[in-house]
Design a protein around this ligand. Structure first.
Ligand code: HCA
Ligand code: CU
Length: 397
């Protein structure tokens, strides 16, 4: 398996993350990024190891254009992709601002075509080709992607009637497939990604970019499925922020990649930078990191029940599929609750410098459980019980 990144074109990366925190993420209800915010986030993403940053169309507002210029001028070691409508004017502005790639998008599903641009499938193809030719005229070497908005609510025949003629033009580097309303499941994503990758291969270029929303909670699973089915590029945002409840979270995708190949994932990304990155973006959008978020949530490495804690003390792999130390994180073992076990109490007692007999530890555990039946105890309250038990002559071994 090849997870990773390299700037060497001959050893093209097997998977490239196209992070859209500065585009899809800007569409999150709580996001109102200043120019400085955008630069901070861009730097942190690149520092983590992301190669592509997708940014809001410079045609959206004068500040959006100025911010794209600013990001280009910052000279970060990454490609800045402007997300644009399939309009020649949008493309022209993006090129003028110095974008390194153009991520064009156009709706293909019947519902979005009717509610949006009103074009038929042949007209979608004609428009995309016309804009792409204009772009190639202006900037022959620019990286160009065409994506179908709402691809998963689009009849398969229509989808093929979009991607096949467009791939035959040879104008595009990549095709995007978007689950805009988050209705797809992993099996459907696998099937469509594999089919589009296969059918566009040979005719033109075969790189596939997947973009998936999280309305039904499948965004990370769908991105994983897309990757395994042959997608070369995956869209993410930090904390998954985006329209409604967002898209594939960068943290979730990284965790999924790590479960597939920890060594390659560690080699490709600075994993310990993920936590600070998540907290940075949370601060910028004025929210907390969700307590149970993948990897970086407060409880992501908390162990509680006695059976779990005992096994984790013996071997953390017993209940950890992801190694917190690899991400610069620490596990937490809760002691002061009614589900506690004497191993957790023993470890705490040892941290306090006691060497208690098994009997004394079991006695202390009973005391903790009984007291915690009235509500969880603080560590100080647990320590007070341990102090008392240790003070009894029979307590110490
Ligand atoms: C949007 C829609 C989009 C585009 C995805 C893509 C979606 O906000 O413009 O460019 O592939 O979810 O369809 O984010
Ligand atoms: Cu989207």
């Amino acid at each position: 398996m090849m997870i990773g990144k390299t700037s060497d074109r001959n050893t093209r990366p097997r998977l490239t993350i196209v992070d859209s925190t500065l585009r899809e993420g800007e569409q999150f209800a709580g996001a109102d990024f200043t120019s400085e915010d955008k630069l901070d986030i861009a730097r942190a993403l690149v520092e983590f190891g992301v190669d592509y940053l997708e940014v809001t169309s410079p045609a959206a507002s004068p500040r959006s254009a100025a911010d794209l210029r600013m990001l280009v001028d910052a000279g970060l070691p990454c490609t800045i992709a402007a997300h644009i409508r399939c309009h020649e004017e949008d493309a022209r502005v993006a090129l003028e601002c110095g974008a390194g790639a153009l991520n064009m998008v156009m709706a293909t599903s019947p519902i979005l075509r009717a509610a949006g641009h009103g074009k038929t499938i042949p007209e979608v193809v004609e428009t995309a080709e016309r804009v792409a030719r204009a772009v190639r005229n202006e900037a022959p070497e620019i990286e160009l992607r065409f994506s179908s908005e709402d691809a998963f609510r689009c009849p398969l025949g229509d989808l093929l009637n979009v991607y096949l003629p467009l791939s035959e033009t040879g104008l595009f580097d990549r095709f995007g497939i978007a689950d805009t309303t988050g209705v797809a499941g992993p099996e459907q994503v696998s099937e469509i990604v594999a089919l589009i990758a296969r059918t566009t291969k040979g005719a033109g270029r075969s790189a596939i970019e997947f973009h998936g929303h999280n309305d039904a909670g499948c965004a990370v699973a769908n991105a994983r499925a897309a990757y395994l089915a042959g997608a070369s590029h995956i869209n993410t945002t930090v904390l998954g922020i985006g329209e409604r409840n967002g898209i594939t979270a960068l943290e979730g995708l990284i965790a999924a990649l790590y479960t597939l190949d920890p060594v390659a994932t560690k080699a490709a990304y600075r994993l310990e930078a993920l936590g600070p990155l998540a907290h940075l973006v949370a601060r910028k959008v004025g929210r907390e990191v969700p307590f149970n978020h993948v990897l970086v949530g407060e409880t992501a490495f908390s162990h509680k029940a006695g059976i779990h804690t005992k096994a984790v003390y013996n071997d953390p792999r017993a209940y950890e599929g992801l190694v917190p130390e690899d991400f610069g994180l620490t596990r937490e073992i809760a002691v002061g609750h009614r589900l506690t076990g004497w191993n957790a109490v023993r470890v705490r007692s040892e941290a306090l410098g006691y060497r208690l007999s098994v009997n004394a530890l079991k006695k202390a555990t009973e005391c903790v459980k009984a007291a915690a039946d009235g509500g969880d105890l603080t560590l100080q309250e647990v320590d007070a019980i341990l102090d008392q038990v240790a003070a009894k002559p029979s307590g110490v071994t």
